[in-house]
Design a binder for this molecule. Structure first.
Ligand SMILES: *Cc1c(COP(=O)(O)O)cnc(C)c1O
Length: 404
């Protein structure tokens, strides 16, 4: 008869934080004070230009409502989203007088929603402008709109010639245009000659829109210098901690911290493999922590380790630990052999982002950019908001998404 092992609870019993449900497997903490500090820094860099806030894609994964409210409380007066549904969410959190632009523009029959959410289309096509005019005339709506002019991206925006063709009517006060803008192709590359070409093209056409505020710079564009800043700058990524100057140190603070629960600690013998495909082999008797997050949570499979390539790190008990084997849908394995024995317990949290692991570092391991890391952050995490306007609740409950 085999001996019955002595079974007793050994897991970590400390709650993650008062704001986090006891059973949460992952916790995403968004530091609204860091967000606001980043906005103020960008504002200072761009002064006398006005500093807007780009809050599309659920505020780059950080949550439209809390981010919009925190920026508005800090003094931000102009916001950009991509779609009308995002405008609806943003408007609910913004003061009535905040200007709200919808980058992806106007469709026939969407006018009522523009009026309802008091937002402004960014118009990039002459037919779109005509449709907008029809709506405005029919309803006497005068909420304003932006004209987007293409200066090299070949994505959205009027050609320079098309923009020139409407100048007489714009200057006669037709269309109610409140902003003229363009978008930079390679602003993160300080010495890319396209920056100067776009600047020259935009400066020339924008100057013909008499009295209409002009805007060219995204986050990185702000750091190309004063000539790029015009009347309004439109930072997104830098607000959320992505480095807008990848050729130099990051002037921004990290905003997002991501921790996920260790759900098992196990011993692996030398020569055994870990995870799908058996691509990672233990070269010594190895201790592995299994962490409750995976590619379904936006932790890309590209960050996996195998016998030839090191993947990303996680931080456990204050130390960086390499990922072992493939990142799977809901789980990541980390090699914790180098931590002192008994420092890691089931139920403890591993840090996946934050504490020195930056969005840009993760992006490097994911084979992408910080923007995609942030906008991929999954719906399964408990979301906790730190700081921000005094009235903001410390936690905004998110609807729990079903596991895929
Ligand atoms: C997304 C976007 C921005 C913000 O860009 P970042 O690089 O995130 O600062 C600004 N302008 C337009 C037109 C955009 O689409």
């Amino acid at each position: 008869m085999t001996a019955v092992p002595d079974l007793k609870p050994t897991g970590d019993a400390k709650p993650a934080s008062p704001d986090v449900p006891a059973g949460a497997n992952g916790v995403l903490t968004i530091d609204l004070d860091a967000l606001v500090a980043n906005w103020r820094k960008l504002e200072k860099t761009a002064v006398p230009a006005e500093c807007a806030g780009v809050i599309k894609a659920d505020a780059y994964g950080c949550g439209t409502g809390p981010v919009a409210a925190a920026l508005a409380a800090a003094g931000c007066k102009t916001f950009f989203v991509a779609t009308l549904s995002e405008a609806k969410a943003a408007r609910a959190a913004l003061p009535e007088q905040a200007a709200l632009y919808v980058l992806n523009g106007f469709f026939q029959n969407s006018g009522e929603d523009y009026a309802k959410y008091n937002c402004r289309p960014v118009i990039g096509d002459l037919n779109e402008l005509a449709e907008w005019d029809v709506f405005c005339r029919r309803t006497s709506w005068s909420g304003g709109a932006a004209i987007h002019i293409d200066t090299g991206m070949n994505r959205l925006g009027l050609t320079i010639a098309a923009a020139q063709s409407i100048i007489p009517r714009i200057n006669a006060g037709d269309h109610g245009i409140t902003l003229v803008m363009s978008h930079l192709v390679s602003a993160e590359q300080l010495n890319n000659p396209i920056n100067a070409r776009q600047l020259a093209a935009f400066r020339s056409i924008a100057s013909e829109f008499a009295g209409v505020p002009a805007s060219l710079a995204n986050s990185s564009g702000i750091f190309l210098g004063a000539p790029f800043q015009f009347d309004l700058v439109r930072p997104g990524a830098a607000l959320y901690g992505v480095n807008p100057t990848p050729e130099a140190d990051n002037p921004m603070q990290g905003v997002v911290d991501l921790r996920a629960r260790i759900v098992q600690v196990r011993e692996v013998e030398r020569g055994d493999t870990v995870g799908y495909g058996g691509t990672w082999t233990a070269r010594r008797p190895t201790r592995i922590a299994i962490i409750s997050a995976g590619y379904a949570d936006g932790y890309f499979r590209a960050a996996s380790s195998n016998d030839g390539t090191r993947g990303a790190n996680v931080i456990i008990a204050g130390k960086r630990c390499p990922i072992a084997g493939r990142v799977s849908m809901d789980l990541i394995a980390a090699d914790i052999t180098d931590l002192p024995p008994k420092t890691v317990r089931r139920g403890q949290f591993a840090t996946l982002l934050g504490d020195g692991i930056t969005v840009d570092e993760l992006a490097h391991h994911f084979g992408t950019i910080g923007y995609e890391v942030l906008t991929s952050l999954g719906p399964r995490y408990a979301r906790v908001y730190k700081g921000g306007p005094a009235a903001a609740p410390s936690e905004t409950p998110q609807p729990a998404a079903p596991a895929p």
